[in-house]
Design a binder for this molecule. Structure first.
Ligand code: G6Q
Length: 550
């Protein structure tokens, strides 16, 4: 589609997989399970409190062997090594990629440009501990002496989705008197709806922006600053605003004392930054001990990823399955379905992680790729989504592999709720895999007493093709440690997919063009200025918006 070079199909293992795909495309998982009583155990890995069952995939040992061969050919182990070593694997931006340093709990030295960065990482963690403790204990209070109980994170993209997802996931661990809010969208509604709920005297704003130049975040931060000053005066700002950024100069320009700034670094990508001070809202909500447990969990996954051979390596296996489906089966989307209300923002978080990292069409060699890269990722909390997009998951013309994430124990064990929830999670995986043949559908209707003609008429509608893949990610209970493991697992999965596709998973140049154009349209909406020449549709839309606003 895009060009002829950078073609993985010249790769030996790729060729084997392409051939093997022809043998596999019609193989039914039902049959594979029937023939192999050990299948569930064979394709299952447990690490601490997480178990990943990947047996409901369209694979055999041969498939996995070829996929591991592909990973070897694409030098996955060496690339993993390079990341942990601090090599500049974000090649378009010439940066190291070291979110793993933020949770390097062994504190072994990691060097960037000859400097061990662990001292800086630890210093910020210590500053986070002091500050979050002080806020939680009411030692750092607002301008009028009141305890800061409303924590408002202002940030967008990587400076929003991680903290928002993780605070929600760990809601059960929040300090009783603290509430967290998130303002990301430039839509004034986002700001207004939060500000309407809170008292300025009790509010701490955390302005999270790596660059401190992002228009949404700065506009929202200025609006909140004005709101605070209107209520409490200019002097109140230092008691109610802190910043998390790599850009001290811009933070000072905004009017936040750099004493109240928490630093992070270029080697931390936005969407990989919730482990840094970008996670300050998490630390305040659940306490620094829990925040560090989250880092411990991520570190455990890091060590598993770094040291475990590929055939037992969870992120590597999940990534290879992703490639298998994207590039051989041509399945273009994937769903994530957490059966845990507290994990409701995980799909949105993963949408950014996966699609911003791997939605790329130029390879690391500067050539257009000729194969599929990132699938479309979507999802939502089960069982809600069973009543929406699961129709398509079961009977649609596209096959959508999915991850079903489910905790064995709920934080809210009420009556039978959790058993019903888990039963549904497990049933969906089984139903997607097994399906129901036309004959089975017919027989079932007949047994239920439906007249012959009616059963005949409806049998196809009520049949399920099945053979639809899923991974089940089962863990004991959602706590900080498990969350850290889960998110680090997906980060590394995404990285490995990027290695196979030979793309830079750590830049995001595709978000720039729209931003650039918005800047040229803005003055046209505000006055009669005319910017760049637009197509007739955009021109017309600008005119119509102005007319409607008159
Ligand atoms: C993530 C991206 C992007 C970024 C936002 C916010 O990897 O880089 O989502 O996080 O654009 O950027 P700032 O933190 O610089 O405001």
């Amino acid at each position: 589609m895009f060009g002829l070079k950078s073609d993985l199909s010249k790769n030996k293992a790729w060729k084997k997989l392409a051939k093997h795909y022809k043998d596999m495309r019609d193989v039914e998982m039902r049959g594979l399970f029937r023939k192999d009583p050990q299948r569930a155990e064979r394709y299952c890995i447990t690490l601490d409190s997480i178990m990943v069952d990947y047996s409901k995939n369209r694979i055999t040992n041969k498939t996995m062997d070829y996929l591991f061969e592909l990973a070897q050919e694409k030098k996955v182990p060496e690339k993993i090594e390079q990341m942990f070593r601090g090599d500049k694997i974000n090649q378009t931006e010439n940066r190291a990629v070291l979110h793993v340093a933020l949770r390097n709990r062994e504190n072994s030295p990691i060097y960037v440009d000859g400097k061990n960065i662990m001292a800086d990482v630890n210093a910020v963690l210590a500053k986070m501990r002091k500050f979050s403790d002080d806020v939680r204990l009411g030692k750092f209070v607002g301008y009028t002496g009141k305890k800061l109980v409303n924590i408002v994170n202002i940030g967008i993209g990587g400076s929003d989705l991680g903290p928002k997802m993780a605070t929600e996931a760990l809601r059960k661990y929040w300090a009783k008197d603290i509430n967290c809010y998130f303002i990301s969208n430039i839509d004034g509604t986002a700001c207004n709806e939060v500000l309407n709920k809170i008292n300025p005297e009790e509010t701490l704003f955390i302005v999270c922006s790596k660059t401190f130049t992002t228009i949404e975040t700065l506009t929202n931060a200025h609006t909140c600053r004005k709101w605070l000053i209107d209520a409490l005066g200019e002097h109140a700002v230092s008691k109610h605003f802190v910043a998390v950024s790599t850009n001290a100069k811009e933070v000072a320009k905004f009017g936040i004392d750099t004493e109240n700034m928490f630093e992070f670094w270029d080697f931390v990508g936005g969407r990989y930054s919730m482990w840094s001070a970008i996670g300050l809202s998490i630390a305040i909500a659940v306490g620094m001990d829990n925040f560090e447990k989250m880092l411990d969990g991520a570190h455990e996954m890091d060590m598993h990823f770094k040291y475990t051979e590929m055939s037992k390596n969870i992120p590597v296996i999940l990534a290879l399955l992703g490639v298998w489906y994207s590039d051989f089966f041509n399945f273009r989307s994937t769903a994530v379905v957490p059966y845990d209300q507290y994990l409701q923002y995980v799909p949105a978080y993963l949408q950014q992680l996966v699609m911003e990292s791997n939605g790329k069409f130029v390879s690391n060699d500067g050539e257009y790729v000729k194969y599929m890269t990132s699938p479309v990722v979507f999802g939502g909390a089960g069982t809600d989504v069973q009543h929406s997009f699961f129709q398509m998951m079961h009977q649609g013309t596209s096959v959508i592999p999915c991850d079903i994430i489910v905790p064995a124990i709920s934080h809210n064990e009420i009556g039978e709720h959790h058993e019903i929830l888990v039963a549904n999670a497990l049933a969906q995986g089984e139903a997607l895999m097994k399906g129901k043949t036309v004959k089975e559908a017919y027989d079932e209707m007949r047994r239920a007493g439906k007249p012959k003609e009616e059963a005949k008429r409806l049998k196809k509608y009520k049949s399920f093709e099945g053979n639809r893949p899923s991974n089940t990610i089962l863990f004991k209970k959602i706590d900080a440690h498990a969350l850290g493991m889960l998110i680090a697992m997906y980060e590394h999965k995404t990285f490995v997919e990027g290695i196979i596709w030979n793309i830079d998973s750590f830049d995001q140049m595709g978000v720039e063009l729209g931003k650039q154009m918005a800047l040229s349209i803005l003055p046209e909406l505000q006055s009669n200025a005319s910017g760049i020449s637009h197509d007739s549709s955009t021109k017309n839309l600008i005119t119509m918006v102005k007319r409607m606003r008159k």
